[in-house]
Design a protein around this ligand. Structure first.
Ligand code: 5GP
Length: 214
């Protein structure tokens, strides 16, 4: 399942919670200049937040169902995030999209990202930084989605996640959303221009330059 054989590319983005990765991903996904990019909707055992929809933001499943899916090898990767809930990426969805020539964007935590990197060494690994710890803390409080205990847990986890940034091949510092969108789009579009993905097309064009036999 190489991402360099004319099949789609896998793009993995990770960031500490509150770094703005979800807004960044959704803006790039709706951008008409980046077609054929599919978002992998994860399965999770956490409860939906206000405004979240099943099958759109996540597939919200009971822990028994998640465990059953682990046993059936249904996940490309999965992890227990913030020590409490499980999150996992559907293997079947990702493989079908890549085989069909679509790029797939995974918004997953660092543990899951490293599992994906093992299986797909050519995945584009993007780490999104907040401008600083203080800004991250402010963003988590201002968005008003999590209670104090959850915010503390997310901030504690952030330091560990950030220490793994050097396992990624791209860094985006999200101090300006529009700039970050442009950077993520550039990474995705540049990868599409790589030779292996275009070899078939290039050969076809070359043939049009050859004099006709006879
Ligand atoms: P949240 O609960 O805020 O939606 O997500 C918490 C964390 O779980 C985020 O860092 C998010 O990227 C990560 N996450 C979401 N889906 C997956 C997944 O399928 N696998 C893994 N490993 N992490 C995920």
């Amino acid at each position: 399942m190489s991402s360099e054989t004319g099949k789609g590319n896998l793009i993995v983005i990770s960031a500490p919670s509150g770094a703005g990765k979800t807004s960044l991903a959704s803006r790039v996904l709706e951008d008409h200049e980046v077609q054929r990019l599919k978002f992998s909707i994860s399965h999770t055992t956490r409860r939906p937040r206000r405004g979240e929809c099943d099958g759109v933001d996540y597939f919200f499943v009971p822990v028994e169902e998640f465990r059953r899916m682990i046993d059936q090898d249904a996940f490309l990767e999965y992890a227990r995030v913030y020590g409490s809930h499980y999150y996992g990426t559907s293997r079947a969805f990702v493989e079908a999209q890549l085989d069909g020539g679509n790029d797939v964007l995974l918004d997953i935590d660092v543990q899951g990202a490293l599992q994906v990197q093992q299986r797909h060494p050519k995945a584009l690994m993007v780490f999104v930084f907040p401008p600083s710890f203080r800004v991250l803390e402010e963003r988590l409080r201002n968005r008003g989605l999590d209670d104090e205990e959850e915010i503390k847990r997310r901030l504690q986890t952030a330091a560990g996640e950030i220490s793994l940034y050097d396992r990624y091949s791209y860094v985006i510092v999200n101090d300006d959303l529009e700039k970050s969108i442009l950077e993520l789009k550039s990474i995705i579009l540049a990868a599409r221009c790589r030779l292996p993905r275009n070899a078939h097309r290039a050969r076809r064009i070359c043939r049009t330059f050859q004099p006709q036999a006879g």
